[in-house]
Design a protein around this ligand. Sequence first.
Ligand SMILES: [Zn+2]
Length: 280
Amino acid sequence: MYVGKNYIIIIFEGDFYVSFLSYYVNFLLFIEVVSLKKLNQAVKSIKRAAHITVFTGAGISVESGIPPFRGENGLWQKYDPYFLNIEYFINNPKKSWRLNKKIFYDLLENRKPNNAHKVIAGMEKQGLIKAVITQNIDNLHQKAGSKNVYEFHGTYKELKCMKCGKIIEYKKELLKSLPPICNQCGDLLKPNYIFFGEGIPQKAYSSSVKETEKSDLFIVIGTTGEVQPASLIPFMAHKKGATIIEINIKSSNFTSQITDIFLNGKASKVLKQIYEKLNS
Ligand SMILES: [Zn+2]
């Protein structure tokens, strides 16, 4: 920044530009100090907390090469999500499966967890984080080593029989011929993530609520809070008196309403900073 300041002084040689620029430089330094202060505040809260739950959304997996659903460059800019309608799936299983395979299975099976997933798993191992509630279906928290994960919208890693309810772990061979069929009753298998028109998986929902109610610190990461009922979970935590830390690249529906400490930035970068401070 100092180099930039000199550079401009040489070009303009004017007092106005000098004072404008030093004002600007001071402003940038001020922002840095503020975010450092917030980071320290967050670390202090984490050290003090008895029950920390993490709540994640699509934003945490973007750095693993998985596009979010909404927003610029989101999946719904490219694809019409009609194939995720449960009625459509029941009536057109082969067509729906073809798109589910192309858009989700082919993409997700090779994705790797990034530093954000890894730090969360590391903090669970240290006993700092008790549970992860995720809206993602990508299995990356588990791949990173997290154990206590509640998948609010289900997972791509399992297929579920529409008739007998048998759950089968996903393997590439299962999708060689579409649609896949249950080996127990011969009925249709469906990805075990929720489609439009379906409810939240009962166990994931009740466990998420239970963890949320126990939390005195709740960390919201990479989610804009646009999808209900998932977005109600952080509000529930706030209502129960938990401190809310939010890590997002821009402010969300939570920021002005319930967030106590807003850490602006990419999840992997911010979490790495937190982890280093916790372990220094
Ligand atoms: Zn079956």
